[in-house]
Design a protein around this ligand. Structure first.
Ligand code: AMP
Length: 544
C-alpha cells in the first residue's frame, strides 16, 4: 500500500506523520518534527518553515504567518479584517473580491499560501520515506465550516495531494491516545491551539470511535493571549515614555514575538523579563522597553479567554446531554493548553486531572496518519505516474531509518479502527424575511443526509436560486454563507408551479453535496453550489 500521510496543518505549526512498519512516526525536517506554518519571500526566493520564521524580524512585510486563520473566509469577514489589522504583511481585496496577500512581487490567495506550506510537508515526508507521497489525511479544526474544509482540500490538491479524509483535529488526538490504550470510555478532547479552540466529546469502545458533540471558536487561541501581553506592553510604554508603539508595525512585531516567548516562559517560571532594546524607532531616540511580567498578571489578563473556552465546554456537554461526571477522561491538546491556568481550569471544570503532552505537538498528525493507515485498505490504488512510485510501501524500506523522535511515545497503527464524526454546524436554507430553515442539525453523525421539497409559484426561466447557510443563528443573516444553490432546467406545471426535491448530504469529511429532482417530471435538475468565496470554483454538476 502506498503511504497515506497524516498532516496537521496548524495556525502556528504544522506536522506530518506516517506509518512505518506498524509504528506511527512524526517525520522530521532537519531533526524537528513541528515546522512553523510560515511562508516568506526573500530576494525573489520562496522560503518556508524554520527558515521563513527565522527572518521575520528582518523581513516582516514579506513574511506570512497565521494564514489558516483566514483560509476559506470572505474578505469582509471579521477573521480577515482582524488579521489585516494585526499582520505585518499586506492583505487586500483582489479584483474578483477575494482575499489576496502580497509578498514581494507575488500576489497569492490564502489557498495558494496554504498549498505551499502543505507542499513543504509533502516534501519532508518524501525525503523521510524515500518515495513519492500522493495521498493524505488532513486534520481540520472540528468546527471548520464547509468553506474552510473545501479551502483546505483545495490547498492540499494544489500541493499535489489527494485528500483521503478531512479529519477533525480533536478526533485525531483521541484516536492517537486510544491507540495506546484501548477500552470503553467517554472522552472530552480540549484542544486550544494557536488560533482556534475546540471541545469534542467522544465515545470510544474497542476500535469504534464515535464523536457525540463538538463546538468551538475559530478565533480563540494562543495568539489572543499574546496580543493581551502586547496591549499591556504598549500601555505601559505609553504611560512611561509617552510613545505609542501600537502604530509602529515593526515594533508591534517585535512585541508580539517577545510576548509569546514570555507567555511560554511563564508556563514554567513565575516571572519573566521582557527586554527589548531600541524598541521605538531611532527618530524617537531608540528607547528601550524593559518590563517584568508575573504569572498571576498574565493569568488575570487571559482569564476571559479561558472562561470563554469553559462556556463552550458547558454548551457542548449540554448538547450531548452529558454531565462532567459522565466523562471518564479529559485529553488536553494544543500548545496553549500547556499554560498552567488552562490546565488548572480544565481540571476544576471536569473534576479530574487530564492526560496531556504524552504525545506532544505531534499528536494530531499521528492520529491523522493512523486514520490514513486504517482507511488505506479501503481506497483503490492510484495509477502509477511517470517517474512516480514504482514500489509499494510495504515492499521497500524507507531511504533513511524513520523512528519516532526521542521522547515521543510509541503508537501502533491499527487497520480495524472505525471512526464516526459529527456535523460541526447546522446547515440550512435562507427563507423569506431573513428566516433560516435548518435542514441538517449540528452534531448529527456523518455522513448525514436529508430531503427537502420546495414548492414555488414561479421560476426565473426555469432557474431557481437558494442561499445555503451554516450556523446556529435563528435568522439567516446571523449565519455564514456556504454557497448559492442554482437549479437549472426546472420544469413548471400548467399553472406555472414547480416542485423540486433537494437532497442534502454531508459526507464523512464534513463537505456538503446537493442533488435535485424535479418532482413533476421525475428528472434530475442540474444543480451547482456556487461558492461565496470569489475565485473559488463552484461544485458544479453536484446534482447529476
Ligand atoms: P498549536 O497550534 O497547537 O501548535 O499551539 C500553538 C500555540 O501554543 C501558540 O500560541 C504557542 O504560543 C502556544 N504554546 C506553545 N507552548 C506553550 C507553553 N509551554 N505554554 C503556553 N503556551 C504555549
Amino acid at each position: 500500500m502506498e503511504p497515506i500521510v497524516g498532516i496537521d496543518f496548524g495556525t502556528c505549526n504544522s506536522c506530518v506523520a506516517a506509518v512505518v512498519g506498524k509504528q506511527v512516526c512524526a517525520l522530521p525536517d532537519d531533526g524537528r518534527t513541528t515546522l512553523p506554518s510560515v511562508f516568506a519571500m526573500s530576494d525573489g526566493r520562496e522560503i518556508l518553515g524554520f527558515a521563513a520564521k527565522m527572518q521575520i524580524i528582518s523581513n516582516p512585510y514579506q513574511t506570512v504567518t497565521g494564514i489558516k486563520r483566514i483560509l476559506g473566509r470572505p474578505y469582509d469577514s471579521p477573521e480577515v479584517q482582524r488579521l489585516k489589522r494585526e499582520a505585518s504583511f499586506e492583505i487586500f481585496r483582489g479584483d474578483d473580491g477575494g482575499v489576496r496577500v502580497r509578498a514581494e512581487h507575488l500576489v497569492l490567495t490564502p489557498v495558494e499560501i496554504s498549498a505551499r506550506i502543505i507542499r513543504h510537508l509533502r516534501k519532508v515526508a518524501e525525503q523521510n520515506l524515500g518515495e513519492p507521497v500522493r495521498r493524505a489525511v488532513i486534520s481540520v479544526p472540528a468546527h471548520f465550516g464547509d468553506a474552510q474544509r473545501n479551502a483546505t482540500k483545495q490547498a492540499a490538491e494544489l500541493a499535489k495531494l489527494e485528500v483521503i479524509r478531512l479529519l477533525n483535529e480533536p478526533t485525531a488526538s483521541a484516536l492517537a491516545y486510544s491507540l495506546r490504550d484501548w477500552g470503553k470510555r467517554r472522552i472530552a478532547v480540549f484542544d486550544l491551539g494557536g488560533g482556534t479552540f475546540d471541545l469534542t466529546l467522544m465515545n470510544v469502545e474497542d476500535r469504534f470511535f464515535e464523536a457525540r458533540a463538538t463546538d468551538g471558536d475559530s478565533y480563540l487561541g494562543g495568539t489572543d493571549f499574546d496580543y493581551e501581553i502586547v496591549r499591556w506592553l504598549v500601555r505601559r510604554f505609553r504611560e512611561a515614555e509617552g510613545v505609542n508603539l501600537g502604530t509602529d508595525r515593526t515594533a508591534l512585531l517585535r512585541l508580539k514575538l517577545a510576548a509569546e516567548r514570555a507567555k511560554i516562559e511563564l508556563s514554567e517560571a513565575h516571572e519573566t523579563l521582557i527586554d527589548l532594546p531600541a524598541i521605538a524607532s531611532a527618530t524617537r531616540g531608540g528607547m528601550h522597553l524593559s518590563e517584568t511580567l508575573r504569572r498571576d498578571q498574565l493569568e488575570q489578563m487571559c482569564r476571559p479567554y479561558v472562561d470563554r473556552c469553559l462556556e463552550i465546554c458547558e454548551r457542548t456537554l449540554a448538547a450531548a446531554q452529558t454531565t462532567v461526571h459522565q466523562i471518564d477522561e479529559v485529553i488536553l491538546v494544543g500548545g496553549q493548553s500547556r499554560m498552567p491556568l488552562v490546565a488548572r481550569s480544565v481540571r476544576d471544570f471536569f473534576g479530574k486531572e487530564s492526560r496531556a503532552d504524552v504525545l506532544g505537538d505531534e499528536v494530531v498528525a499521528i492520529g491523522a496518519a493512523a486514520q490514513g493507515y486504517a482507511l488505506g485498505s479501503a481506497v483503490p490504488p492510484l495509477p502509477s505516474r511517470e517517474g512516480g512510485a514504482k514500489h509499494r510501501a510495504g515492499s521497500r524500506p524507507p531511504s533513511r531509518e524513520v523512528r519516532p523522535p526521542p521522547g515521543q511515545a510509541q503508537v501502533q497503527a491499527d487497520d480495524a479502527v472505525l471512526l464516526l464524526d459529527v456535523l460541526p454546524m447546522t446547515i440550512g436554507l435562507e427563507g423569506p424575511d431573513d428566516t433560516f430553515v435548518p435542514l441538517l442539525l449540528r452534531n448529527e453523525t456523518l455522513p448525514a443526509e436529508t430531503r427537502h421539497v420546495i414548492n414555488v409559484a414561479e421560476t426565473e426561466r426555469g432557474t431557481l436560486r437558494f442561499r445555503v447557510l451554516q450556523g446556529e443563528g435563528h435568522r439567516a443573516s446571523e449565519n455564514v454563507p456556504v454557497g448559492e444553490l442554482v437549479l437549472e432546467g426546472v420544469e413548471t406545471d400548467s399553472s406555472g408551479r414547480a416542485k423540486v426535491e433537494l437532497r442534502f448530504r454531508v459526507d464523512a469529511n464534513g463537505l456538503l453535496q446537493v442533488r435535485a429532482w424535479d418532482r413533476a417530471s421525475g428528472t434530475r435538475s442540474f444543480v451547482t453550489l456556487e461558492s461565496p468565496l470569489p475565485g473559488t470554483p463552484s461544485r458544479a454538476g453536484a446534482g447529476r
